[in-house]
Ligand binder design. Structure first.
Ligand SMILES: Cc1ncc(COP(=O)(O)O)c(C=O)c1O
Length: 459
């Protein structure tokens, strides 16, 4: 036998030198490596990652059609911000904005922006609320030093982030045990002449329900009437903006309601596009504070921009347009109804186990199942189930506590997306039942296992 040792020449001939070598992790590499080596190194690292198809924690798209993927791959080299050089991409962005304004019942011509996701859209939308409020106050010679923004504890963390970054007082309506959304009675005591706006959520991160947008709109109309304060309502439709128009088309939450002045939606959630795309849509052009729009002379052409970032990819904008024309209302409705049907199937199965309580399954809700254990003295809890499911079966189903004052409630939440087929739902339900039986036998997860559990709702 020839006791040859593996050499770089062998690695070049047969494949992978990182089969036996440590990968670079700290020092900037002195020399490079072949493209094949680099590709295998990255791929082998990622093989240790969770499987996106079993990630039921995320709202974000984990599957797109092969044709959409071809468009994405073919356009990765196109910088979206170069409007002068890529005018068709800029035009396609405007088409998407017009289609979304139409979907959300804008009363006429309006404006909006493509963003990196709902977080950037919310920052920009809330900045516009602040600028418009300041202008109103200055026009009537009143103080502009103490702006506040009213929202519920059911919002995504980005709303508090906005308040901290841009110096606005957050007026947060706390949740209560058993009450995980807000309505007009919660909002009323917080609104005053320094309120730049109220934010309502359509499809909360925590349980997938909506705030009482209709009731809050009526309250703001009443305040306008009685106190002369015109307080705008922004709807955070990060997830719900692509769900309600198709599952609940007759339920008003959008520009059909007079005080709704701006809406954000994540293209990369139920817009069914891979990560990196969000939208901000105004009711009318006048709702976008003009001072926030920069007229730039860039490479010899004047361009108007309203963004926090500058350079970014075009691919997801093009993929969003692909989805709009590919699916239309009929296609989005079909996809949303399938997800909802499978969410109902999972909910039925969990209910039939007799171990769980479902949270608000009869209300308008995103296609997900939010649930918690029915009893207290079981020897295991929701965090243990999350651990057992991921350790044994690779399912990522998060367990988390709710925001104050519902912090003593622990819930689990399973997103039902396009790739979670009926067969997957049946398997998941069996795996949950089995996880509970195992945990009951062993008296919960071990302390060392509990330490590894990721808590938080995902997004
Ligand atoms: C209600 C809500 N708002 C905002 C966000 C932030 O969205 P993005 O991840 O698109 O920035 C999320 C994300 O989960 C969300 O659920």
């Amino acid at each position: 036998m020839n006791p040859r040792h593996s050499t770089d020449a062998d690695a070049a001939l047969f494949g992978n030198r990182f089969a036996t070598q440590e990968v670079p992790t700290r020092e900037f590499p002195e020399t490079g490596m072949t493209a094949t080596d680099a590709m295998r190194l990255v791929a082998e690292d990622l093989a240790l990652e969770g499987d996106p198809a079993r990630n039921l924690a995320t709202f974000v798209t984990t599957w797109m059609e092969p044709e959409a993927q071809r468009i994405i791959a073919a356009n990765l080299h196109r910088n979206f911000i170069d409007h002068a050089e890529y005018p068709r991409t800029a035009e396609i962005e405007q088409r998407c904005i017009r289609m979304l304004a139409n979907l959300f019942h804008a009363p006429g011509e309006t404006t909006g922006a493509r963003t990196q996701g709902s977080s950037e859209a919310i920052m920009l939308g809330a900045l516009s609320l602040k600028w418009n409020w300041r202008k109103r106050r200055e026009a009537s010679g009143e103080s502009t030093t103490n702006p506040n923004l009213v929202f519920g504890g059911d919002v995504h963390v980005v709303w508090e982030k906005f308040c901290r970054y841009f110096d606005v007082e957050p007026r947060i309506v706390p949740l209560q045990p058993g009450k995980y959304t807000i309505g007009p009675d919660d909002v009323r005591p917080h609104v005053d002449e320094n309120t730049i706006g109220v934010a309502a959520v359509l499809g909360t991160t925590f349980t997938g329900h909506r705030d009482d947008v209709v009731g809050i709109n009526s309250l703001l109309l009443q305040i306008k009437d009685e106190r002369g304060l015109d307080v705008p309502l922004h709807v955070d439709g990060a997830s719900g903006g692509f769900v309600w128009p198709f599952l609940y088309p007759d339920s008003p939450w959008d520009f059909r309601l007079e005080q709704v002045r701006s809406i954000n939606v994540s293209g990369h959630k139920f817009g069914l596009v891979y990560p990196g795309i969000g939208w901000l849509i105004f009711r009318t052009k006048a709702d976008l504070a003009p001072d926030l729009v920069f007229e730039e002379n860039y490479l010899g052409k004047t361009d108007a921009t309203f963004t926090l970032n500058f350079s970014t990819g075009s691919a997801m904008v093009l993929a969003q347009y692909y989805n709009f024309v590919r699916y239309g209302r009929a296609g989005y409705t079909y996809v949303m109804r399938n997800m909802q049907a499978n969410a109902h199937q999972l909910a039925d199965k969990l209910e039939a186990m007799g171990r769980f309580e479902l949270i608000g399954r009869d209300e308008e809700q995103l296609p997900l199942v939010a649930f918690q254990l029915a009893g207290d003295e079981l020897g295991y809890d929701e965090f243990d189930i999350a651990w057992q499911l991921s350790a044994e079966r690779g399912w990522m189903v998060p367990a988390y506590t709710l925001p104050p004052n519902a912090q003593n409630e622990t819930i689990m939440r399973a997103l039902v997306k396009e790739t979670l087929s009926r067969e997957h739902v049946d398997t998941l339900a069996r795996d949950i039942e089995e996880a509970c039986q195992i945990l009951a036998r062993k008296g919960g997860a071990h302390e060392s296992e509990r330490k590894k559990i990721v808590t938080g709702p995902g997004h």
